[in-house]
Write a protein that binds this ligand. Structure first.
Ligand code: 6GU
Length: 243
């Protein structure tokens, strides 16, 4: 997977890419990440990348020219390359979109600012517009990092344990079960005894129940779309009776 990020703040992206799971993947070459500073493609003495909106009003709009030239400078890799604009007006990013994007060869991510980019860029250069949620960020940089992180960890070879991304309950449409590690007692609170029992079937059942309990309490909307087994249905009926 190759990411090319077009931004006026490349340092915001660079520092995150140097650390953690994504940092290691970049270091190993499993994921390639290139940063393109849109300002390098601006013209004029001031190298402006934004300007006032035609028609008047608040804020600034990102100019078409610098983004267009920055985009032209990016080498296209593989047959499944895609240009994505990060904007709060975009399609909502979720795990299923992350999975779809992870099958691509290259994602070219354009970080817009909140007031937006010139509509002619959107209409001529963009394959997809993506938002990371219903709130306003001051720029698309954090959103691009969210997309790169969630997509990057699905690329084969990025996580140490190949199965660990599939085990996560969000992949199955549920919230994760509670986790415990040493010590056995913390501020008077004991680790649930089932987790110390060594009985793997009991542990599996406890974890599944707690996943379903949390999802029912906090995100009942997820249960509509989750793939639920007959066992899950039975657990859910019991949980609903209890409450
Ligand atoms: Cl992609 N950009 C900005 N500026 N704000 C957002 C967003 C993106 N997604 C959610 N809020």
């Amino acid at each position: 997977m190759r990411f090319d990020v077009l931004t006026i703040f490349p340092q915001m992206i660079a520092s995150y890419l140097n650390e953690g799971v994504l940092g290691r993947a970049v270091e190993r070459g499993t994921v390639e990440a290139r940063l393109v500073n849109i300002r390098d493609f601006a013209s004029g003495a001031h190298k402006n990348t934004d300007d006032r909106p035609y028609g008047g009003g608040e804020g600034m709009v990102m100019k078409a020219g610098p983004i267009y030239r920055a985009l032209e400078s990016v080498e296209r890799v593989g047959p499944r390359s895609m240009v994505i604009l990060l904007t709060p007006k975009g399609e909502r990013f979720d795990q299923s979109l992350a999975r779809e994007l992870a099958t691509r060869d290259q994602l070219i991510l354009i970080c817009g600012r909140y007031e937006g980019v010139d509509e002619r860029i959107r209409r001529t250069c963009i394959d997809m517009e993506v938002s990371v949620g219903d709130y306003v960020l001051s720029g698309g940089e954090l959103a691009a990092l969210v997309v790169m992180d969630a997509v990057g960890r699905l690329v084969p070879g990025v996580l140490g344990d190949e199965k660990s991304s599939q085990r996560e309950s969000f992949e199955q449409g549920l919230l994760d079960y509670p986790q415990y590690t040493r010590p056995r007692v913390f501020r008077g609170l004991e680790v649930p005894s089932v987790l110390l029992s060594g009985d793997h079937e009991k542990i599996r059942l406890w974890r599944r129940t707690e996943s379903l309990r949390r999802t029912l309490e906090r995100r009942p909307d997820l249960l509509q779309r989750a793939r639920l087994t007959p066992e899950d249905q039975a657990i859910l009926s019991r949980l609903k009776e209890e409450s």
